[in-house]
Write a protein that binds this ligand. Structure first.
Ligand code: AMP
Length: 664
């Protein structure tokens, strides 16, 4: 036992040291992988030995505790917004006002970057993080302490406690490369992509599940300290103090003398901001002397001693080379502009979205048009207009195709839809591939070993032509395909076998019937016992199902009218897939009226599967432990705070096997 205790203490020390090296000293002494390994070991030991629980353990940054819903609390010092300007003239008027109030022009400015994220206010006392609030309305903010504790660069305990009691303000951000990585991961898992780092950061800190927050690559950049205790003369010195205490204060600030110095800083970052590893939406100019700041004071909304100079969203002109027409899984045709590559906000843009047929028609684009492209935070840039002085030839106006660019079928358009469709659902290559990819995707059958590229490859080789072919693959031939060694074929076999026991709801969603998404398939399953019952339903009875409108009902009846689709269902039944709604039989109500919280990683099931198991059997899932929780279902790496709360409230903690017992 003593050995375990000393290993826990040792791991905490090593990890704290790495955090200090990485965040305070910019020294990265181990790889992320090695770091995560240490952290995982600690989390595992701590969850097995809760007697050594310590709220200040670095493992608390892996997630854990969360409040039922955020409490609003008052800021000790009001959090103001910043007055802002986009023009040099307004900046000059601000300067003139400041000179007038101070009655001197003998002062310095501290110029900083304006980080584009979500503001946060951290309160420290005796070297410990007491609470973290959002800006809220400036006087009150949401208490998001549990979420902020998951951010590794926010010290929970200070190494160097220079000021005893203070508030420190900052911005929660996500670096560009972490954002791309996060989205690549989501793409692989078939999850919807995030739009931009800013929204993702501000959305993440408001999540109720701090385990999920811990999975988001959040960072906290600090930019000001507020305290009654400090006797420091300049804002720039305060920033140095913050760094010494262990906070992440990016080193981009410059102290300059006159307005010309401010202009140089603005111009420099206007040209160079695209090379920054994170997003900014301008710069902040502050009067450096704190006595002068006090003299200038605040309006009801802004400090008079600071102003933000904002940059306009980058909007550049480039040449339109052509337009491609993409065919999606449902046959919808979307126009995509192919552009002469142009560097916008740090990345090379080659394509831009035109969203729909309607929008394309509005612009009446011609080949060689000079078009304005804006990257306003969205991942896919958009065309915002045309330079009418530099147009392509009238004859080169780009027409929307009348036939499918992939299979040549005549396109159709319903008045109620913004897009044209290719109705050749069975024979149009991208539609067929897209449907198989959808069936296999994580939210549907979640077949491991069958990624998007493998599906394309197997389609091209003629092995996969529809969903049912998945269950008749010739594994010997696949193992001969380059890059598909025995191991990956074994994985594929296992993934496919596993999928045969996936619940009916996943199968129904996986079929890809237009408008039958995850939520619609859940609603349908509440009403029916089997696919046979669904196939017999008419428009009227389908429309009676909660949330199933006429359009969806029509799409379902059309799907089952089609003989090929009915054959497909027969083949899938033969392969052994589940087409019976188990939860309508005897298991549906075994967990009704019970609320579960899930935490940790499980040996047999994935978290999603545990969730499904509970829901299918009538139980409810909640993200936080409260007096309403009936069970905490715990896997490995159980969040310590959840564990503590469940213990406090006397909520029974069960493992996955006990959950299955409970169900049966
Ligand atoms: P706004 O939200 O446009 O009113 O701008 C004010 C916000 O800018 C503050 O609440 C901060 O969250 C944010 N901000 C980002 N960087 C800085 C910085 N260096 N100094 C002060 N505020 C900043």
């Amino acid at each position: 036992m003593n050995e375990i205790k000393s290993r826990i203490f040792e791991l905490r020390k090593i990890i704290n040291n790495h955090n200090h090296n990485y965040y305070d000293l910019d020294k990265n002494l181990i790889s992320d992988f090695e770091y995560d390994k240490l952290l995982n070991e600690l989390v595992k030991l701590e969850s097995k030995h809760p007697e050594f629980y310590d709220e200040n353990s670095p493992s608390n940054r892996v997630g854990g505790g969360l409040s039922d819903k955020f409490n609003s609390e008052s800021h000790v010092f009001q959090m103001y917004s910043l007055d802002n300007t986009y023009s040099s003239e307004e900046l000059e008027s601000w300067y003139t006002r400041v000179v007038k109030i101070l009655n001197t022009d003998n002062f310095e400015f501290c110029c900083e970057l304006k980080y584009d994220g979500a503001s946060v206010n951290l309160m420290y006392e005796d070297g410990k993080l007491l609470r973290a609030l959002t800006r809220g309305d400036g006087t009150q903010g949401d208490n998001i302490t549990n979420n902020i504790k998951t951010i590794r660069s926010v010290p929970i305990k200070l190494n160097n406690n220079i000021i005893n009691k203070f508030e420190i303000r900052g911005e929660i951000i996500i670096r560009n490369d972490s954002f791309k990585k996060l989205n690549r991961k989501r793409e692989k898992l078939g999850e919807p992509l995030f739009k931009n780092p800013r929204n993702t950061a501000s959305g993440s800190i408001k999540l109720l599940d701090s385990d999920e927050v811990a999975r988001r690559p959040l960072e906290c950049f600090l930019y000001s300290i507020v305290s009654d205790e400090v006797k420091i003369k300049n804002h720039s010195e305060l920033l140095s103090v913050a760094r010494k205490m262990g906070f992440d204060v990016p080193k981009y600030e410059r102290v300059v003398d006159g307005l010309n110095g401010v202009r140089d800083y603005i111009d420099f970052w206007d040209k160079n901001r695209s090379s920054l590893p994170f997003e900014i939406d301008g710069i902040v100019i502050k009067i450096n002397n704190i006595d002068f700041q006090k003299k200038l004071g605040f309006t009801s909304k802004f400090p008079r001693w600071a102003i933000a100079y904002k940059y306009k969203a980058e909007n550049l002109a480039t040449k339109l080379n052509s337009i491609s027409f993409n065919v999606g899984r449902t046959g919808a045709i979307t126009p995509v502009a192919n552009l002469k590559p142009v560097l916008i906000s740090g990345s090379t843009v080659k394509r831009a979205s035109l969203h729909s047929f309607d929008q394309m028609m509005k612009l009446r684009l011609r080949v060689n048009d000079r078009v304005y492209v804006e990257k306003g935070g969205e991942i896919i840039p958009k065309i915002t207009g045309i330079d009418y002085n530099n147009r392509g030839f009238e004859n080169d106006e780009i027409k929307f195709p009348t036939n499918c660019p992939e299979c040549g079928t005549k396109l159709e358009k319903l008045d109620s839809e913004a897009n044209f469709y290719c109705a050749n659902t069975k024979g149009c290559r991208p539609q067929v591939i897209g449907r198989i990819q959808h069936f296999v995707s994580r939210k549907a059958m979640n077949i491991e070993g069958l990624g998007d590229e493998t599906i394309k490859l197997l389609y091209n080789k003629g092995y996969l032509r529809n969903i049912s072919d998945i269950y008749n693959l010739d594994y010997n031939s696949i193992s001969l395909i380059e890059g598909h060694a025995d191991k990956s074929v074994d994985n594929l076999k296992m993934g496919i076998e596993d999928s045969k026991s996936k619940p009916f709801q996943k199968v129904l969603y996986g079929l890809g019937i237009r408008y039958v998404g995850e939520s619609a398939s859940k609603k349908i399953l509440k009403k029916i016992k089997s696919i046979d019952e669904l196939m017999l339903m008419d428009l009227e009875s389908l429309s009676e199902i909660d949330e199933i409108g006429e359009k969806t009902a029509y799409s379902i009846t059309e799907f089952f009218k089609d003989e090929e689709n009915r054959n497909l269902i027969d083949k899938l039944k033969l392969a052994g897939l589940v087409f019976i709604n188990n939860n309508k039989d005897n298991t549906s109500s075994s967990l009704s009226n019970l609320t579960f919280v899930i935490s940790g990683v499980f040996d047999i099931h994935s978290r999603d599967e545990i969730k499904d198991l509970i829901e299918i059997n009538g139980g409810k899932i909640s993200s936080s432990v409260s007096s309403n929780t009936n069970y905490l279902v715990a896997g490995n790496n159980l969040g310590p705070a959840k564990y503590a709360k469940a213990n406090d409230l006397g909520v029974p903690i069960i493992n996955e096997m006990s959950l299955i017992d409970l169900i049966s």
